[in-house]
Design a protein around this ligand. Sequence first.
Ligand code: PLP
Ligand code: ZN
Length: 416
Amino acid sequence: MSFVTGLRCRECGRRYPAEALHVCDFCFGPLEVDYDYEAMAASLSREKIAEGPRTIWRYRDLLPVDDATPVDLGAGFTPLVRADRLAAELGLGELWIKDDTANPTGSFKDRVVSVALTKARQLGFKVAACASTGNLANSVAAHAARAGLASIVLIPEDLEEAKVTMTAVYGGTVVAVQGSYDDVNRLCAELASEHPSWAFVNVNLRTYYAEGSKTLAFEVAEQLGWRAPDHVVVPIASGSQLTKVAKGFAELATVGLIEPATPRISGAQAAGCAPVATAFATGADAIAPVKPRTIAKSLSIGNPADGWYALETIRRSGGSCAAVTDDEVLEGIRLLARTEGIFAETAGGVTIATLAKLAAAGQIRSDERVVALVTGHGLKTVEALSGTVGPTASIPPTISAFDAAVGEGPDTGGLA
Ligand SMILES: *Cc1c(COP(=O)(O)O)cnc(C)c1O
Ligand SMILES: [Zn+2]
């Protein structure tokens, strides 16, 4: 049994049943899942969670689904890694990386898709669909295959090769659309009203989909010994993840699993697609849409559906928001790989470069316990690095050629 009491409009508060609905009929505001937190608190305990699976489903009581057998490839419970070498480079103190490259299809999207398709199956849908900047496509195609659902995935045609292959291999329908993600998204909204029997995870199932991002906050808190960090750096595409990370920490306090805390939440964007960072910098009270131009394709949403709510969440928490150039993104990828052994995709480069920028500006402080969300695997976007990394030397197979090219090699600390 789930603790969902229904859906509620974020703007006017009107209530709806827990069905495949995502906007309010009266004011077009987005719908939000409501829970009976008192009953949830009575059922939950740290011990009960600890006995659960090592996936997002250990937090089942805090999620909007009551299926005993979720659509599950093992998303979540990814490593939270103490990053002392990176912290030293950036002049920070206690720094942690939430390594969501370790998810089944290599990105944080497995969290939201596992929740959305579990709900979709429960509601009787037979077809899973989405508009995607790449990672969502991978995850929907994979989870649909796992659940025995058909899938229809729409992507912009200029996507990274690995993301296209990683979607098509699961055997669903993949349609490359000549246009930007915002064009793909518009088309999907039209398709969703024409095909109400398709579960578009980020359109008609979006209310449930979005709840999956809360598990990032749940895991971080549990992995830190049931406490919230002081500061979290979150990449922004639609802005959904950022708002839900804040909601996740708030819920843990509401049900008594952690002490009440309001971690500062800071947003990370690429300069070539920075509608939220721009609004933050100018103090605007609306998000002006942009035309994306950046190597961080997974974050390339020029008109972010939850952009305004993300901005509000950042401001309310006392966080910050910044944008970084594509060169800084590449340097962020290399810096994380070289200091901590984690290979992130371009979105991870955006997070690390923004972390560096905010640390240099004094907006992230060395006395804070900081968590940076690294949300996708580097093998998905290898072409972004082409020409910037490669072999140290290329030689014929002889000792003399090796010695000539590499010399004594790295310092061995006195050992032969
Ligand atoms: C989709 C995505 C995000 C951001 O998600 P939103 O909830 O749309 O803001 C971050 N990182 C990666 C790798 C993604 O694929
Ligand atoms: Zn409303």
